[in-house]
Design a protein around this ligand. Structure first.
Ligand code: GAL
Length: 401
């Protein structure tokens, strides 16, 4: 298994229950045609509602009208195009959409998935008693079944952190685990906490303190990206029933992308990749940002500063440099000021000495794709304008002689 945050696309955010063989093949083609596959978005995952039922032998089968040839030809179609194929099931006896779940059928279902050519399983948490031991047993049962099924299938635990799955999911065989409830296509105001959906900033803030559960062997999953949904699709519908106006600005989507990459989160697209605006494609295709997400250290960022306007996040990178994200939460443009050295080497709580290197620092602006001109003296502060809801991302490194 690659020791990098998995990347791909998942059907839920846009298609919801409207998945079919046709839209998934079109999506596979679009992942190739847009260049997203070549950037690393390789898993194509069908979420809930692919199901037809269980036959008399207890085997799952796909919906006969929407998947007339079953799942295997669709997985083949993906493989032929250099993609990997993922599917969805649940640790309850029903999925969240009340389709048949895998509880009690773990071996059986893992064998079906393997025989269809599945490479990834998202495993949900509906209809499970909210008990940590029971949750562990159920995820372990599927993790064991996948290990024995004869095919490498990446196990993604979608337990939402309800029973602190981020603490134990790794021991079930999972390689990524949801830390929080569903993310919706909504920036923040008013801030919403519901049992069905949370804003980008709510989900971001709930990641604080969970950094220690992540390593190159397993990833905290703050949920799929909402970049580019623009209030459309299944998530948009769900939100507008609240009633709240769904959708974010392109700048907010760039922020969301920046923050998920700083978190070293799995990057599962949720928008309709058959119909991408140029701005969305550019946001999803920023190679410098993707390299931060995929950095071999796999360390999530930590919040190193919080003020009334700015949150500052810092993520160490394998080459000794650091990625820094400066998020402006306010409704106004604002100027951020700092000595580069204090971002590169922030002062540890309790330490006496001054932070920062003695020598010069280089700074790369990841969205401008440019090296920034710096004062010769590294103790002179830099000043960066950050627009409302923007996250500026910089890579800082010491200049070695
Ligand atoms: C939720 C899950 C979503 C989606 C949905 C399908 O529990 O968090 O990502 O999979 O179920 O019904």
């Amino acid at each position: 298994m690659p020791h990098r945050p998995p990347m791909g696309w998942n059907s839920w955010n846009f298609f919801g229950p409207g998945v079919s063989d046709r839209v998934l093949r079109e999506t596979a083609d679009a992942l190739v045609a847009t260049g997203l596959r070549d950037l690393g978005y390789r898993y194509l995952v069908v979420d809930d509602h692919w199901h037809g039922g269980r036959n008399d032998d207890g085997a799952l089968f796909a919906h006969p009208e929407r998947f007339p040839a079953g799942i295997a030809p669709l997985a083949d179609y993906c493989h032929e195009r250099g993609l990997l194929f993922g599917i969805y099931s649940c640790a309850g006896n029903r999925t969240c959409g009340r389709e048949p779940g895998s509880f009690g059928f773990e071996e059986r279902d893992a064998a079906s998935f393997a025989s269809w050519g599945v490479d990834f399983l998202k495993y949900d948490f509906c209809f499970v008693p909210p008990d940590r031991d029971e949750a562990f047993r159920r995820y372990r049962a599927m993790g064991d079944a996948l290990r024995r099924c004869g095919r490498e299938i990446l196990f993604s635990a979608a337990e939402w952190g309800a029973c602190q799955g981020y603490v134990w999911a790794r021991d079930t065989g999972a390689r990524m685990w949801r830390t929080t409830l569903d993310l919706v296509d909504y920036w923040d105001e008013p801030r919403i906490h519901t049992n069905r959906g949370n804003s980008i900033l709510t989900i971001l803030d709930l990641q604080d303190g969970l950094e220690r559960y992540q390593s190159p062997e397993g990833f905290n999953d703050p949920d799929m990206l909402v970049v580019g949904l623009q209030g459309k699709g299944h998530l948009g519908l769900a939100l507008s029933r609240r009633p709240l106006k769904p959708g974010c600005t392109d700048r907010e989507y760039r922020s969301h992308m920046s923050l998920w990459c700083l978190l070293a989160a799995p990057l599962m697209l949720g928008c309709d990749v058959r119909d991408l605006s140029p701005a969305t494609l550019e946001t999803l295709s920023n190679r410098e940002l993707l390299a931060i997400d995929q950095d071999p250290l796999c360390l999530p960022c930590r919040r190193i500063r919080q003020g009334p306007i700015f949150s500052v996040y810092r993520k160490p990178l394998a080459d000794g440099s650091v990625a820094v994200g400066i998020l402006n939460r306010s409704p106004w443009r604002a100027v951020f000021e700092a000595q580069p050295g204090t971002l590169l080497h922030p002062e540890e709580p309790g330490s006496a000495g001054p932070a920062g290197p003695a020598g010069p620092v280089r700074i790369r602006d990841v969205w401008a794709h440019a090296d920034l001109a710096l004062p010769a003296d590294p103790s002179v502060p830099v000043r960066w304008t950050v627009e409302s809801h923007e996250t500026r991302v910089m890579i800082l490194g010491e200049v070695r002689a």
